[in-house]
Write a protein that binds this ligand. Sequence first.
Ligand code: AMP
Ligand code: MN
Ligand code: MN
Length: 332
Amino acid sequence: MTSNKKITRQAVSLFHRKIKEAERIAISGHINPDGDCVGACLGLCAYILDLDPKKKVDILLEPISEKFRFLAYADYIMQEKTEEEPYDLYFSLDCSDKERLGAFQELFEEARFTICVDHHISNQGFGDLRFIDADASSTCEILYDILEEKKISFDTAQCLYLGIVHDTGVFKHSNTTRKVMEIAGALIDKGVRPDFIIDETFYKKTYIQNQILGRALMESILLLDGRIIFSAIKKKDMDFYGIESGDLDGVIDQLRVTEGVECALFLYEKTEGQFKVSLRSNGKVDVRKIAEQFGGGGHVKAAGCTVEGNVRDIVNSISPLIDQQLEQGKDV
Ligand code: AMP
Ligand code: MN
Ligand code: MN
């Protein structure tokens, strides 16, 4: 356990006691699971089963990207509960609110005891026991703070490292602190290979993924004298290439690093007329505030929402809000 002022000793000992007492445990993360969410769910599962292999642990999560499937216990991920009775203990990881648990919200609510671990600033607090720290880079960082260092195995370490790598954009976002690097170092001491995790799960792309990235960049459009950039992929194009949302990872990051850009938007059509919007800021726009106006959320510099309409109308309704913040000229 590393020091974290937001986490009390009592809360940590209750966390460990609840795991010890529970027979049937469930773990869920947010819909459309990303690296932090997958790392947190699988890392916690590995930690619990390393302590006691006889425990029953179900990971109730939407199917994960192929690139994460080499992690231990990836085959524990399921979409249907295996138990009739409510779970003794249920973890919500990397979810800013219960709705983000998607289809598993009801099972979470029915559980005998619930624990929430999260780092979203918009998290208002839910669950019987809460570890919410908006200063943490990732949910995996908070989990590292809670877990007993000497009981963290290679399997758990690999998962936590993955989560930190993904939510810091490979140790480059502003959430990359000295503490993050120290935790990463401790995880490397457990045997984690940074080159393997970073290349296999972050940078490696299939041929089709590279093609779609190229297309999204080629079709991107600058607005407001180049301070906003956006690009969009329609459902018919996703179907044409045979790709899913996970194949679009990295598009928004590349848009964001375009010179002169303060705010990047990337839209993909989830179902006809309904777009997932990703927003990224370079420091002058609080994109969470904007995403929240459309029913979404996230962090100051990385947020998302789902909006109905066509690309032009959606961009036209979001860009004035960005402009307003840019006019104020404040750093976020
Ligand atoms: P994304 O653009 O999907 O990578 O999301 C960036 C950040 O915003 C992540 O921390 C997400 O958890 C959060 N986020 C994305 N979409 C939503 C949403 N619809 N509601 C709340 N938070 C979201
Ligand atoms: Mn996440
Ligand atoms: Mn996260």
